[in-house]
Every structure is written in C-alpha cells, then in structure tokens.
Design a protein around this ligand. Structure first.
Ligand code: PXG
Length: 460
C-alpha cells in the first residue's frame, strides 16, 4: 500500500466523482456508494495498479479479454498511426477502409476453413444481436419463415443488449425488462458438478446434450432456427462440458436441420490453447460471434464470422441486409485487432498455451483440489475454476449461494489477486502471456486467499 496523503486524496476525489456521476454495469450502486470504486490506473504485462499504488496480479485478463497482456507498444502505435491517417470512415453504402478489409481477410485465414466472411460489430452483445437477425433472415430466404426459435442454455451469457440478454440464460437478467423476447428458449447447461447426480460425467454429458434433441422434438424441427452455445461457458461458471457432450450435440445438429452458433467471445483467440474453441472441440459453426480477445481489449471490436453456407444465401438471395452499426469495421479498432492477431500468431502465444504454460497452469491449479473448501477443480488451457463447497464428499453447496464466493473474491482483491466469483465458483482467465513464474505466483496467492476465506468461515 502506498497510503500517501496525495494518493489518498486523489483516490477519494475520484471515488466521489464516480459516486456522483457514473453508473456502472452490473453494480449495486447503493452498496458501491458506501465503499467507493477501486480505481485502476495503469497496467503492464499481467499486473494492474490502482490509484493507491497497490499492485494486483490480473487473473482475469481484464474481463476475459487482454490476451496479449498489457502495455504492448505495437497496439498503441497501430491505433495512433491509423487515427492520423484515417480516424473514421464507415463501411455502409458500398464503402470500405483498408484496415477493415485487411482484418476480414486475416480472420478468414485463422478461423475454421468454412468461415470466410465477417460482419463487424463493436462488442460481443452486438455480435449476438447480429446473429439473431442473420439466423432469422437466413431461414426467411430459405423459404422457411417459421424457423425462428433459437435454443440456448440456462446460465449462458451472450451479452446485455435485448437480443443478447434474451439469448443468454441468466434469470436475474431476464427478470429486469420482460426478457427473453419471444422465440428464444433455454435448456440445461452441461454442469456435471451441480446437475450430474450419480451419473458419471460421460453419462451426464449425453443426457445434457439430449436436452437439445428433446427440445427440438417438443417445438418441432420446422420451428427451430438454431442452437447457440459457448464451447466452454465462461461467465456461466467456466462450465467445461463432459467429453461426450459436444460429439452428441454435433450429431443432433447434423440430424436436424438447424444452425449451430458457437459463441467464441471468451474461448476465441487462444484461450483454450487453440485459435478457437471450435478448433478445440472440432465444431463447424454456421455462425461464430467473436469479440474480447480479437483486439485483446485494446479497443472495442467484435464481429460475426459467417459460414459459406449462410453467406451464399444472404449474398445471392438476400439483397440489402438492413442491419449495421456506425462503427462496424472502425478503422482504428480494425488496425489494432489485426496487429493483435499478428502478435498472437507471430509470437506463437497460442502454441505456448497449448503445449507449455497451459498444461503447467492446469497442473498447478489442480493442486488446489486438496484444500478443504474446494469441491472440484476444472479448466482447459488458460481458463479454470474452483468450486467452493460446504461438503466436498457429498458435493453440497453452501446454503446461501454466492456469499462465500463474494467473500473469497474480496479477500483476493485485498491481497493482490483478481479472481472472479460466479456464485461460489472462483474463476481465472489470465492473460495468455503469463509465464510459469507468474503462474506460480497466481497459485500461491490463490492458495493464501483460500486459507484466509476458510479462516473467516471458521473452516479448517
Ligand atoms: N458472449 C460471451 C460468451 C461473453 O462472455 C458477450 C457475448 C458479450 O460481449 P460484450 O462485448 O458485449 O460484453 C460476452 C461478455 C463476467 C462478464 O462477469 C462476462 C462478459 C462481459 C461482462 C462481464 O464474467 N462476457
């Protein structure tokens, strides 16, 4: 702590202005008002500093996005150069800019083979709004306008706009503002630890996947447009599906004529040690929303990768697609994203996550399974979770879900580590450049914070 009077007064001034003028996402402002925001002022590599000078190890890569880590000069330079040359021009009305074209071509190269076109957005939420409109447009053009319903999963997170929050399966979000909108339904998430009961993970994976088949049959194949899912659910609690899940989903999607939408906003750009979660699980999405790691969060940008199957219909038969954003293909954001993709590619960062640091992180993370609070440890590549439970032997959660997770998260923050809590599931998703030494530091800090949490709860 650097509690100089100057830094304290700056922090309290910032907190006061924040309290008076700033509404934050997903925040209880009454609670925040009492405490004051933690103000993050700078970052380098895998570390953050707050306005009091405290250093934090960023176990969440910002918000699952700063894949190449903080402080990359090339990305700042790409934005600077592009802003001087052409800060903005749009991509509507038959125009384009070199960075948008270059990034589109680069994305066609690195995404699965059948994905060759991108529709640019500014965020993952806008990407998923685009997905919903594209899916319905596709089936209209196919002469099947009744195929409208999209099947998603409980606890899925696909963003915060009206369509994206509806595609998501978060009850507290649906409870505010009459969501979901019509034509979106949700099935069980493949969460073995909570829902698997006495089944083995592999048995349960099949059961969870068949919920999709049951729902298609219940609604009628002629009403169902698509299934949307993340390869591994991120904000839903790092739900790593059992190995049997995706093969069975693939079987169902190919037997029934519905589109597969794979939301790669978190898994994309290297998080699982492959360019995309679709590469990791061998999926062939018809539409693939991306964001976050696309620019490593340096500037806001997202997009939807469109398969040849869907693109041909939209292009050959669709005429105008009446959809788009002023900043679709923003030149500076595209220049930064292209530079970011080149860093990931040229520095072999994803290969390192696959063969070296990813396995090392998973091995070290699994050591935490011995802690009395930890019921399960899971993860792939550079994403991982711990289930904090009341009783490990019986997989019994704490009565008031979320309280212990919140406590542990606060303890982490106060002790120099950013971990995210989803109810009582503790989550990490670090920058992909994290070294072995930094992984050691992460696991040591996580262990210390578990100890402090246990002490607070009177567990030993
Ligand atoms: N899809 C997925 C899978 C996401 O994780 C979005 C879409 C929406 O992206 P935008 O760029 O519109 O935020 C997300 C975003 C959390 C958290 O608390 C997760 C996200 C965003 C904010 C908070 O874990 N994911």
């Amino acid at each position: 702590m650097n509690d100089t009077p100057e830094s304290l007064s700056i922090t309290s001034d910032l907190q006061e202005a924040d309290r008076r003028h700033h509404l934050h996402p997903f925040t209880d402002h009454k609670q925040l008002g009492k405490k004051g925001s933690r103000v993050i002022t700078r970052a380098e590599g895998v570390y953050l500093w707050d306005s009091d000078g405290s250093k934090l190890l960023d176990g969440m890569a910002g918000l699952w996005c700063v894949n190449v880590g903080y402080g990359r000069q090339e990305l700042a330079q790409a934005a600077y150069d592009q802003m001087l040359k052409l800060p903005f021009y749009n991509t509507f009305f038959q125009t384009a800019t070199p960075p948008a074209i270059e990034l589109a071509a680069l994305l066609a190269e690195i995404t699965p083979e059948h994905l060759n076109r991108v529709f640019f957005t500014n965020s993952g939420s806008e990407a998923n709004d685009t997905v919903l409109r594209m899916v319905r447009r596709y089936w209209d053009l196919q002469g099947q306008p009744d195929k409208k319903t999209v099947i998603s999963r409980i606890n899925a997170y696909h963003g915060s706009t009206v369509a994206a929050a509806s595609l998501g399966g978060m009850k507290p979000m649906h409870a505010q503002g009459d969501l979901p909108i019509p034509g979106i339904v949700h099935i069980e998430q493949p969460y073995w630890y909570e829902n698997g009961g006495d089944l083995s993970p592999d048995e349960y994976g099949i059961v969870a996947a068949r919920r999709l088949e049951e729902k298609i049959n219940e609604l009628g194949e002629d009403q169902v447009a698509a299934f949307i899912a993340e390869p591994i659910q991120g904000a839903g609690g790092v739900i790593v599906p059992p190995e049997t899940y995706w093969p069975e989903i693939k079987r169902i999607c190919s037997e029934y004529d519905i589109l597969l939408i794979v939301d790669e906003v978190i898994c994309g750009f290297g998080r699982l040690g492959r360019w995309f979660g679709s590469d990791y699980y061998g999926l062939t999405p018809d539409l693939m929303p991306v964001a976050k790691g696309l620019s490593s969060g340096y500037l806001p940008i997202g997009g939807v990768m469109v398969s040849d199957r869907v693109a041909v219909t939209l292009i050959e038969e669709g005429g105008d697609f009446n959809h788009g954003f002023t900043y679709s293909g923003h030149p500076a954001a595209c220049a930064v994203a292209a530079a970011n993709v080149r860093i990931l590619r040229d520095e072999k960062i994803i290969e390192r996550v696959d063969t070296d640091t990813g396995p090392y992180l998973q091995q070290r993370w699994r050591e935490l399974a011995d802690h009395p609070l930890v019921g399960e440890v899971r993860g792939v590549g550079f994403v991982a979770a711990l289930e904090l439970v009341k009783d490990k032997a019986t997989r019994t959660f704490f009565e008031k879900r979320g309280e212990v997770g919140g406590l542990c998260r606060d303890i982490c923050f106060d002790n120099g580590l950013v971990m995210r809590a989803v109810q009582d599931t503790m989550i990490i998703s670090p920058p992909l450049i994290m070294s072995r030494e930094e992984i050691d530091e992460l696991v040591t800090l996580a262990h210390q914070c578990l100890e402090l949490t246990a002490k607070e709860l009177g567990v030993s």
